[in-house]
Design a protein around this ligand. Structure first.
Ligand code: SAH
Length: 257
């Protein structure tokens, strides 16, 4: 999968993208991660990406022309700087070679909430483009002209879309075959079966007077399976009854609530 990120803080991604499994997947070629500096798509000497809002009000808004230039360059595999210094106005419509723009995600609090199901849908794409807003957000016309998706990572407001983009990348790429190997167990994982995952235990067997549940050291795999299913249900009922109401338990039992 190829992922292009557009941000005024490309250096922000140095940590998240070069650490751990993402870096390994990139080194193997399973993932192609490219971070672009939005300012390279500006046309003025000061590389301005924002302006005061029409109609007044607090804060600054990211300019539509810069975002359209940047998205077009990325979609068509051109350097962002090819638009810098150009004298012609932005085109009437966005241009994508071949006509099909890659799935282009604009991070915004008003977007479609990111869920495991949504991440799974995105994991099927061969290419994603992530647009990180800053300030008060991005000119509304960019939402229309550039984004195929508006994505929110939760009901709170961040300084910028970079953290949200990193969250989307982690949630999506760990579902891409070959990125995680055996480390994730997709069947049991939280939200996959409609339940939270069961509790895990590892060494030591005793800690500050606390042992581990006997069943886990019994060697009885059937009993372990049953215990884990019960625990997953109990946890979900206690913490997230909304999941049971939404999706129902996986084995046809009666949904609580
Ligand atoms: N004025 C906007 C918030 C802007 S926050 C509003 O009230 O809705 C600045 C940028 O941070 C946004 O453009 C977006 O890219 C990013 N951002 C903030 N919160 C986010 C969230 N919950 N999910 C995804 N992106 C978010």
């Amino acid at each position: 999968m190829r992922i292009d990120i557009l941000s005024i803080f490309p250096e922000w991604f140095a940590g998240p993208l070069t650490t751990s499994l993402l870096a390994k997947a990139a080194a193997r070629g399973t993932l192609d991660l490219r971070v672009h500096d939005l300012r390279e798509a500006t046309r003025d000497r000061h590389r301005t990406v924002d302006a005061t809002p029409y109609g007044g009000g607090a804060g600054m808004v990211m300019r539509a022309d810069v975002w359209v230039n940047a998205a077009e360059a990325v979609w068509n595999d051109l350097p962002l700087a090819t638009t810098a210094g150009a004298t012609e106005p932005p085109p009437d419509a966005v241009y994508v070679a071949g006509g099909a723009r890659p799935r282009t995600l604009l991070l915004t609090p008003r977007g479609r909430p990111l869920t495991q199901a949504y991440a799974r849908e995105l994991a099927d794409e061969s290419r994603l483009v992530l647009c990180c807003g800053r300030y008060e957000g991005i000119d509304e016309r960019v939402h229309d002209l550039v984004a195929t998706d508006e994505v929110s990572i939760g009901d709170y407001v961040l300084f910028g879309g970079e953290v949200a983009a990193a969250v989307v990348i982690e949630a999506v790429t760990r579902l891409v075959p070959g990125v995680v190997g055996n480390e994730a167990s997709p069947r049991d994982e939280s939200f996959t079966s409609g339940l939270l995952e069961y509790p895990h235990y590892t060494r030591p067997a005793q800690l500050r007077g606390r042992g581990v549940p006997d069943v886990l050291t019994s060697g009885d795999h059937g009993a372990v399976e049953r215990w884990r299913t019960e625990q997953a249900r109990a946890l979900t009922r206690a913490r997230r009854p909304d999941l049971l109401a939404d999706e129902g338990p996986p084995t046809g039992g009666h949904a609580a609530g």
